[in-house]
Design a binder for this molecule. Structure first.
Ligand SMILES: [Zn+2]
Length: 436
């Protein structure tokens, strides 16, 4: 991947990862990359997902009375579209047995949600009666139904999760994903890191060879083996020479968020209104009659009537991902904020000078001016708000919290985060020392 010019491999990994960490960087000189980048860019390609490893199904509990010999054990791999009823019919098992198991208790009901690709272990007696039904739901929980005469006991066996603090550090040479993997991080921790810093670093375009990260996280182990979970406790990312630090804080209600060491949220808020001194002339309405087209057409944004030339401001920190003409929208700017949010500003009379696709904008920064380009009856700003590509009403959407730590919580914040940050510092110092 190191020297690939434009190999943007997005091979069968999760869409979520593709959305944050999976883009290939554009090399200088390609059409999309209009900002001059003196440094070598690196491809953010990710490999295909490995097939899930099927864990050996645990032995069901031994019954107290000695079992007569001659049991039949079938390890049935659940196919897509199969449910327990279908599997029971296929294996010639009694339908009533299934009914009994599912209605024994709440755990029994969980048998109704079996997932394709997993193994259902079926143990039957010589007379064809089901004796044991074992389903490993996930790395932690296994559902077990055991015959007791005509009835069944249904229970869930949960493995112990061991928590351990771990750390990793890496210098980016090929991609956040690959270098993260080499550093021993699970997919999930890599994803989390991309999420935490998404408001400050565009992992699709900003990553450079030589960038580095240090991360302190909590490993979860089962039987001594790491499972793909665990939370980041603190992390530092050096992107193009600029250092970003985030630390986890859990408030007394159990809400977890990431903050800068001085208590500012890593997520940035949105302004409610992109134009000052404007009046709302049309609201978000999925059944509106379009004033120009004169037919029902969803109005997936809010219109602000304002004088031509009134400044239009980006409602949050982000990056311009579109700037140009787009059909009925006329002159339009689209800004991407973090991983999942984007805002659109349409019918502009002109764009702000000095900005281009790829430019970073701050909350409140002017990006253009009100006009009536495209399909518009008068000068106004048409403003849209999208989460993961889905239009939301900008006036009512729940916006990400970005308030700094409440003054009353500051002492608790310091108490919780100081040890994490000093641990992070120690790890980073070690990294610098060992690389010198
Ligand atoms: Zn509109």
């Amino acid at each position: 991947m190191k020297n690939s010019k434009s190999k943007s491999l997005l091979l069968g990994f999760t869409a979520a990862l593709a959305a944050t960490a999976g883009f290939a960087l554009k090399t200088p000189g390609t059409a999309e990359q209009t900002v001059a980048q003196p440094q070598r860019t690196v491809a953010l390609a990710i490999p295909a997902a490995k097939p899930a490893v099927v864990q050996p199904t645990p032995e069901p509990k031994q019954e107290s009375k000695p079992e007569p010999a001659k049991f039949k054990v079938i390890n049935h791999e659940i196919k897509s579209g199969e449910n327990l009823a279908k599997i029971f019919a296929k294996l010639d098992l009694d339908k009533k047995t299934l009914h009994r198991i599912i209605h024994t208790n709440d755990t029994g009901k969980e048998f109704a949600n079996i997932a394709a690709g997993k193994i259902l272990q079926v143990k039957t007696a010589q007379n064809g009666d089901l004796v044991h039904l074992v389903y490993e739901k996930n790395a932690i929980d296994t559902l077990i139904a055991t015959r007791q005469g005509d009835a069944f006991t249904v229970e869930k066996q949960s493995k112990n999760i061991e928590h351990k603090t771990a750390s990793a550090q890496a210098v980016i040479h090929s991609s956040l994903f690959l270098d993260g993997k080499v550093a021993g991080l699970t997919d999930r921790v890599i994803m989390e890191m991309a999420d935490i810093f998404a408001w400050d670093i565009d992992f699709a375009l900003d990553l450079r060879d030589g960038d580095q990260f240090t991360v302190l996280y909590e490993k979860q182990l089962i039987d001594g083996k790491e499972i793909d979970s665990g939370e980041i406790l603190a992390a530092e990312f050096v992107n193009q020479g600029k250092t970003y630090t985030a630390v986890r804080y859990k408030d007394k209600k159990g809400n977890v968020s990431y903050y800068s060491p001085d208590g500012k949220s890593m997520k940035k808020a949105f302004l409610r209104t992109p134009v000052d001194f404007a009046r709302i002339s049309s609201r978000f309405n999925l059944k509106r009659k379009h004033p120009v087209l004169n037919r029902i057409r969803a109005h997936k944004g809010v219109d602000y009537a304002a004088r031509t030339g009134s400044p239009v401001k980006s409602t949050s920190n982000g990056k311009i991902i579109f700037r140009g003409r787009k059909g009925g929208y006329g002159r339009v700017v689209i800004v991407q904020h973090g991983k999942s949010y984007s805002t659109l500003y349409a019918h502009l009379s002109k764009f702000r000078k000095g900005q281009r696709i790829g430019s970073r904008v701050k909350q409140g920064q002017i990006i253009g001016y009100v006009g009536q380009s495209g399909l518009a009856t008068g000068p106004h700003l048409h403003y849209e708000f999208r989460i993961n590509g889905v239009h939301k009403n900008p006036l009512t959407v729940a916006l990400p919290k970005s308030a700094p730590i409440d003054k009353r919580l500051l002492a608790d914040f310091k108490r919780q985060t100081t040890p994490l940050l000093s641990q992070l510092d120690t790890i980073r110092t070690t990294l610098v020392a060992s690389s010198n």
